[in-house]
Design a protein around this ligand. Structure first.
Ligand code: ATP
Length: 243
């Protein structure tokens, strides 16, 4: 029996995310190549953190470890005070479903489902009653400026509109943590900016916790805090104002 109630019993000071001593390497020929070394940081409730670094510095690898999609060779990740190192796949799946939302560069909406059906998915998976579901979907469509588009299919929407649906889908079940991988990377500058402002506004408004991987200076500027990776090591952990 999985203890899903333990996260609710933690107090508000428990970091949403705590990372300690993470290392990851991959086999390369007969040797191993270190991709992440001794990464440690904590993220408090309501923080918006940008994870920046050159191509190949380890950002996506780290994001996958934070989501429990991949396991580190050393160290541990705690989400809401619960260590994921010891979790089996069923427990991890449940933790991800309840407590983590994802926003991807290429939106990843389900093409055969309407906007409303895409938004219903995380609610159904988390067994939110259908009356609450309808209300939430309506509220979130309004929040992302897509009132009246609930019956549209993803390919009937622009890229910016698809990403707005994807943002709503990542937050609609009220997860503790949202992980975003290059959320504006596939949008033109102007559209990217609109999506970015919306993202920043929604997270501030809701006091939710966001970690976003980005190459973009504009994206990192909406963050409260910047974590910089260089060649698999954390080189800066600074408040955004001093970045
Ligand atoms: N499954 C894997 N097997 C072997 N090497 C890998 C694997 N996944 C990632 N790497 C290597 O780890 C390093 C870091 O990759 P990662 O994708 O995390 O970088 P990144 O900072 O996200 O880069 P980008 O900004 O280009 O997406 C790269 O050198 C990559 O080749």
């Amino acid at each position: 029996m999985v203890d899903t109630g333990s996260a609710n019993r933690r107090d508000d000071r428990t970091p949403v995310l705590a990372v300690a001593g993470i290392g990851k390497s991959y086999a390369e020929g007969k040797q191993r190549r270190t991709v992440l070394a001794d990464i440690g940081f904590e993220v408090a409730r309501g923080e918006c953190v940008a994870l920046v670094g050159q191509s190949g510095s380890g950002k996506s690898t780290l994001l996958n470890l934070l989501a429990g999609i991949d396991k580190p060779d050393t160290g541990d990740v705690e989400i809401m005070g619960r260590s994921i190192a010891a979790m089996g796949e069923p427990e991890l799946t449940l933790l991800r479903r309840e407590h983590i939302g994802f926003i991807y560069q290429f939106f990843n909406l389900i093409p055969t489902l309407t906007v409303a059906e895409n938004l219903a998915l995380p609610l159904e998976l988390n067994r939110i009653p259908s009356a609450v579901r309808r209300q939430r979907i309506g509220d979130w469509l309004a929040k992302v400026g897509l009132d009246g588009r609930e019956g549209a299919f993803p390919d009937e929407l622009s890229g910016g509109e698809q990403q707005r649906v994807a943002i709503a889908r990542a937050i609609i079940h009220e997860p503790a943590l949202v992980l975003a991988d290059e959320p504006t990377g596939n949008l033109d500058g102007r559209t990217g900016n609109v999506v970015l402002q919306l993202l920043a506004h929604l997270f501030r408004d809701q006091g939710r916790t966001l970690i976003l991987v980005t190459h973009s200076r504009a994206v990192s500027e909406v963050a409260d805090r910047i974590l910089a990776l260089d060649n698999g090591r954390l080189t800066h952990d600074t408040e955004a104002l001093s970045w």
